[in-house]
Ligand binder design. Structure first.
Ligand code: OOG
Ligand code: MG
Length: 262
């Protein structure tokens, strides 16, 4: 179902207000059960426009639901994409204020920083690697605006795939020096290992997840601009965090990155 343009904007404004006011809302499909994926991306685009109008600069994109642990955890098995604004970025090791978040969870990811613009529809992992400036370990903090962190595919797309904060490692590594599929990643919470995985958990190859993003963007007439940060998707299940927690992700040969919570 395509929604009336005024309804698309209403949905985007409701999600923006939920984020700003730090409160849960019912998922969009409760009010609009026929909402389809294309219209859900229209709502996400509208949300992006509202944020840009308020001064947010778009710095990159993210893939989500690209690994089995995430698909099983959320009960949705289709990869999705969202956008990253400069308001989502936090510095490596920085303190994140949980009072600004509804029900935060963290994910271990591999982030790409692109040297060249990529466009679909025939993008593949080799083109992604050739266009990549460097990779770094990342922690994505997701914070669904929906009640109890529960949603379906169209609702989570409209909600910008739960994007909230992210942090990148500060040591760039060239992809020429890495095998992204066997790259091991360890997530620690308060000094205890809570999740482990390898790059191949992400659709067999994180570079393939970035290629899928480029092809999904092409289907909507968009490109992945040079300079973009791309979160390729959680390697492991997401882990809930609260004030006082300390989360660290280390990737084999690519260093570490961390977030602390107040
Ligand atoms: C949707 C976003 C998932 C990932 O890396 O899989 C995501 C969610 O689980 O809330 O960012
Ligand atoms: Mg993620």
């Amino acid at each position: 179902m395509t929604l009336d343009p005024s309804l698309i904007e209403d949905c985007a404004r409701r999600l923006l207000a939920a984020e700003q006011d730090v409160r849960e809302v019912t998922k969009i499909t409760d009010a609009h059960p026929q909402l389809d994926v294309a219209t859900a991306y229209d709502i996400q685009d509208c949300l992006r426009g509202l944020k840009q109008a308020a001064g947010v600069r778009i710095v990159g994109m993210k893939m989500g639901l690209t690994s089995k642990p995430k698909m099983q955890q959320m009960g949705v098995d289709t990869p999705i994409y969202g956008f990253l604004g400069d308001d989502n970025a936090v510095d490596d090791g920085a303190l994140v204020d949980t009072a600004r978040l509804i029900h935060p969870k963290v994910e271990a990811e591999i982030a790409f920083v692109m040297r060249e613009t990529l466009s679909g529809p025939d993008c593949d992992a080799a083109r992604v690697l050739a266009a990549t400036d460097y990779v770094v370990p990342a922690i994505e903090l997701i914070d669904s605006r929906y009640e109890n962190f529960r949603f379906d595919l169209p609702s989570v797309i409209a909600d910008n795939t739960s994007a909230a904060r992210y942090v990148l490692g500060s040591r760039p590594t060239s992809v020429d020096d890495l095998d992204l599929q066997t790259l091991g990643v360890v997530m620690e919470k308060n000094g205890q290992v809570v999740e482990v995985g390898a790059g191949a958990a992400v659709l067999g190859d994180p570079a393939g997840a970035v290629a899928m993003l480029v092809n999904m963007l092409a289907a909507r007439g968009a490109v992945l601009p040079a300079g973009s940060v791309v979160l390729s998707g959680a390697i492991t299940a997401a882990v809930a965090v609260a004030a006082g927690d300390n989360v660290l992700v280390r990737g084999d040969g690519i260093g570490t990155t961390s977030m602390r919570f107040a």
